[in-house]
Design a binder for this molecule. Structure first.
Ligand code: NAD
Ligand code: IPM
Ligand code: MN
Length: 358
């Protein structure tokens, strides 16, 4: 009997956004094209507006047409949003935040690693083997708490943000943290500010509760201020970290410093199980200082694309191929300026594609 594997056409929606966003997503699409061609598969690519680019055309950072496309997409790849040009009116960043909320992407996975060959770019004395994961809560905390408002005038003016966490929001991200720590055979580091914040005290209580279901996973509770210092001094101790939205934002950029460049970090924003909707984006922003010059490091976006391939399409081999091509290019010494090299975005992309083709 002849068995035919029926393959659904893979689809990806690309939201390039602002600044270096279009540069890094274009580079990633070239890499995707090369992987798909080598395996004889078709991939449908669609594009939509987000951030400042969307404000310029529609007045909104997350237009209705983009939401409609997102609702139909099986995977979304995002570049970056924001920039000094949009400081007065609606904020480009609101487009990304509303998108995360709309897609209910409560978990943001931000891996970091000092890649072979880049040890000297790390400020660490012993960078070898530094590798970890920050699991950042993504749809709660001060980013979304209401009210968020301004009042008063002049000397009397004030601004209010609300940091609120509900039990279910903490429980699901902490449980994911335990599951990942268990599968990695690593301790779980939970980072909070329980000496000051009520929401952190609830966080810590829930970590202790969920821990009962994972008796073999050691847990370390850390306060965010001293944890930040220790991440610089002893990053090897932070293998699997779970933390709330704002702390995760800050600490993940810190890991960009540890590994040699923010441009190396990719991320997955997901909910539920593999195959469920996901948004894949580099950790860095729109880098207005280098935008439009072809200098951006696209590797964070390549690694985000690899994560998309694994999560949304279950194409583990595709993902592994992209990741190993990236490793080889870095080990070959081909580097953008943020890593002390001379290569531009196109050079790196060509080098990764050459490695994929060999
Ligand atoms: P940034 O990450 O854009 O840039 C910080 C520094 O890192 C800059 O010097 C930049 O040139 C460099 N850098 C970042 N990515 C790089 C890359 N791929 N290659 C080479 N160098 C790179 O952070 P910022 O300057 O604080 O923020 C700029 C704008 O980006 C702001 O509007 C911010 O809101 C937005 N932002 C967006 C996202 C996102 O869309 N996911 C993330 C972070 C910041
Ligand atoms: C990130 C960014 C975003 C965040 C901004 C642009 C809303 O800094 O993805 O890290 O703070 O989450
Ligand atoms: Mn950030």
């Amino acid at each position: 009997m002849l068995w035919l594997k029926v393959m659904a056409t893979k689809q990806v929606l690309v939201l390039a956004g602002d600044g270096i966003g279009p540069e890094v997503t274009d580079a990633a699409l070239r890499v995707l094209g090369s992987v798909a061609k080598a395996s004889g598969s078709a991939v449908e690519v669609d594009q939509a507006l987000i951030g400042g680019a969307a404000i310029d055309v529609t007045g909104s950072p997350l237009p209705k047409e983009t939401i409609e496309k997102v609702d139909k997409a099986s995977a979304v790849l995002l570049g970056a949003v924001g920039g000094p040009r949009w400081s007065g009116g609606p904020r480009p960043e609101a487009g990304l935040l509303n998108l995360r909320r709309h897609m209910k992407l409560w978990a943001n996975l931000r891996p970091f690693e000092v890649f072979a060959g880049l040890e000297e770019r790390s400020p660490l004395k012993n960078p070898r083997g530094v590798k970890g994961l920050i699991i950042r809560e993504l749809t709660g905390g001060a980013y979304f708490g209401q009210p968020q408002e301004r009042g008063g005038e002049g000397e009397e003016s004030w601004a209010l943000d609300t940091m609120i966490y509900h039990r279910y929001e903490i429980e699901r991200i902490v449980r994911l943290g335990f599951q990942i720590a268990e599968s990695e055979n690593a301790p779980l580091t939970s980072i909070d500010k329980a000496n000051v914040l009520e929401s952190s005290r609830l966080w810590r209580e829930i970590v202790l509760e969920v821990q009962r279901d994972f008796p073999h996973v050691p847990v370390v509770h850390r306060l965010v201020d001293s944890a930040a210092m220790d991440m610089v001094l002893h990053p090897q101790e932070f293998r699997v970290v779970v933390t709330e939205n704002l702390f995760g934002d800050i600490l993940s950029d810190l890991t960009g410093g540890l590994v040699g460049s923010l441009g190396l970090l990719g991320s997955s924003s997901v909910s539920g199980a593999p195959g469920s909707p996901g948004l894949f984006e580099p950790v860095h922003g729109s880098a207005p200082d280098i935008a439009g010059q072809g200098l951006a490091n696209p590797i964070g976006t390549f690694l985000s694309l690899a994560a998309l391939m694994r999560w949304s399409w279950q194409e583990n081999q595709w993902a592994a191929n992209v990741e190993s091509a990236v490793r080889m290019v870095l080990a070959d010494g081909i580097r953008t300026r943020d890593l002390g090299g001379q290569a531009n975005t196109e050079d790196i992309t060509n080098a990764v594609i050459r490695r994929l083709e060999n």
